[in-house]
Design a protein around this ligand. Structure first.
Ligand code: MF3
Ligand code: CO
Ligand code: CO
Length: 256
């Protein structure tokens, strides 16, 4: 259902407290797993490490058994756009991958993902990742009451298309809170001044998937893995944010 038809929840101060905790743990999972993302490691080994870390912290990995998803994180390597299922395949030099973590803490969801590289990687792949991260940062900088979701989509699309990349249309960001995926839909392309007008208390993710080539994806027979139709690489970063009176709080970013 489109975001204009389904009204997103306006969350209160206690919800911000809950999301802060969930977001922080999700970010800590990515920080924890980073040193293990090395040549020769399998994505299933990364899954097990993340599962153990999450459960040890009294939280639940939201993807596990979600609509039949079999693992606790998504690991999307090279031409995989999103929803890659951890498996026996080992990482090799030149790979880039997204690890997407969603945890449930006291009923609240924190959802974040980042890119990793198995060095050395080609400069063009580094540039794809850098631009995707820049697009997410630029989008989050726009979030404040009165901003339209279309403004955010437009900013992401303009930046990445100016570099010759494309925005994946088949997946979007989403409202989040006590539910993993809620209204609104957060498109990573669009027109300024269209869509939902943001208000203080809206919670959602921004998670642009950016392709080096064409935007089209196909889903593999496992029912989950989405990869680029043209086989070229894709990158994604994700944060969970809450709209405040003056801007936004990034629940899934750790202070340095
Ligand atoms: N974390 C993903 C997102 O950003 C969703 C993964 S659903 C799963 O929305 F079932 F594949 F885990
Ligand atoms: Co998400
Ligand atoms: Co995610």
């Amino acid at each position: 259902m489109s975001s204009v038809l389904q009204k997103p929840i306006i969350h209160d101060a206690s919800a911000f407290v809950g999301m802060r905790k969930a977001g922080k743990l999700a970010a800590q999972v990515l920080e924890y797993i980073a040193p293990f993302v090395t040549e020769g490691t399998s994505t299933d080994e990364l899954n097990t490490l993340c599962y153990d870390f999450i459960v040890h912290h009294g939280a639940v990995p939201a993807p596990l058994h979600y609509r039949g998803f079999p693992k606790s994180i998504c690991t999307s390597v090279n031409q995989v756009v999103c929803h890659g299922i951890p498996g026996a395949k080992r990482l090799k030099k030149g790979d880039i991958l997204n690890i997407d973590v969603t945890v449930i803490v006291d009923g609240w969801h924190g959802d974040t993902s980042t890119m990793f590289a198995i060095s050395p990687i080609a400069p063009q792949h580094q540039k794809l990742m850098d631009t995707t991260k820049q697009a997410l940062d630029m989008a989050m900088a726009l979030v404040r009451p009165g901003c339209f979701l279309g403004d955010i989509g437009h900013a992401i699309q303009s930046l990445v298309e100016s570099k010759g990349y494309s925005v994946v249309r088949d997946f979007c960001g989403h409202g989040i809170g006590r539910l993993f995926h809620d209204a609104p839909e957060v498109l990573h392309y669009g027109k300024k001044g269209t869509g939902l007008c943001l208000q203080e208390g809206h919670f959602f993710t921004i998670e642009p998937m950016i392709n080096m080539g064409r935007p089209e994806v196909r889903i593999l027979k496992d029912g989950w893995t989405a990869e680029t139709r043209d086989g070229k690489r894709s990158a994604q970063y994700e944060h969970t944010v809450g709209v405040t009176a003056t801007g936004c709080e990034i629940f899934t970013r750790l202070e340095d």
